[in-house]
Design a protein around this ligand. Sequence first.
Ligand code: HEM
Length: 383
Amino acid sequence: MGDEWVLWSNGDSWKEMRRFALTNLRDFGMGKRASEDKITEECQYLVEGFKKFKGQAFDTTKPINCAVSNIICSIVYGSRFEYNDPEFTSMLNRLNRNGKILGSPMDDMFPSLFKWTADRKEFCKLTDDSRKQNLGIFNQIKETLNPQMCKGFVDAFLVRKKMLEESGITNSHFHDDNLMLTVMNLFAAGTETTSTTLRWALLFMTKYPKIQDEVQEELRRVIGDRQVQVADRKNLPFTDAVIHETQRLSSILPAGLPHKTTRDITFHGHFIKKGTTVFPLLTSVLHDPDEWERPHSFYPAHFLDKEKKFVKRDAFIPFSAGRRVCLGEGLARMELFLFFATLMQHFRFTPAPGVSEDELDLTPSVGITLSPSPHKLCAVSRM
Ligand code: HEM
């Protein structure tokens, strides 16, 4: 990844922005109740979106992207979008295309050559369009800004910026560039990852109908027809194990995000010079044959003990670990659980007519994340 695209930043600016994002995301959505309400509300829109296909085969990408993205939009901007709003769809289309470009081997491994490619030009144009669109949204937010009633992250940032300016502080990290960078990073980091994981989960359920049966049976027995809640998770060990196994096997960010060493270091006997770019290969842990009984199969029992109770595994690190661990882990886990369980309650997922379960292809398509190859599924209503 070219240096200037590194997610977030380093040093004091990173520290301050990460702290502010965590506090405010907690206030506007990552706090358990607020985000649960937002996701629950969005679950209903997603179910309606799926119902529109009346059991016919369709590509799940768009409705899932919209639902997931709406959670981050309501936290960041303070409101959600309709799935067919052109402002929203253009935002998502640019994000998807840039995800593909950023995941190309050229960008990841040869950033200096990437600078000269046509993809790079397209990437810059799309990023510029997103910036302009965000500027428009920020201006609208500024017009109605009420410091006593912040609706989302952007409001809170603008209020803090104004407060610092009024007290004469001119060199703070709360400037327009950091607002733009943070909002674009939250939007990118919070959409494609969770949405791709959900699409893998539905594909696995379609390919392995007996596992789908077991999830639906557990949901029927424990929840019935009512809306599933985060508090139900502890009573749904099989469903929880299926979600964890989806994240483990799909390993959507196989090489994590690149980091630079801040000093010379010897790691496992290898000397690494200060300033070296390091890729933490998450897949080497998520698929490690010394850690997992069936590293390359979809095997939810990895996360169940003999009594079929859920068990945590140390080698489960799809969100990475350490100081730079995914900032949105809590939110992502909540989204995955509520969206997945709700979809399982409402629909039976089957392959498109004429396609057998065996024919469903699990070869990933390479982009900034590893996503399922293009495919269609039928969502047959169960309620
Ligand atoms: C299934 C969903 C997700 C997965 C698998 C995932 C995974 C990751 C990984 C592996 C990293 C890199 C950590 C490192 O640098 O070592 C990361 C960073 C990050 N993620 Fe996530 N993520 C997910 C969802 C989200 C969501 C919903 C948000 C939105 C709030 C988010 C925001 C971020 C941010 C801001 C960073 C950069 C943190 C920093 O550098 O301080 N992620 N994520």
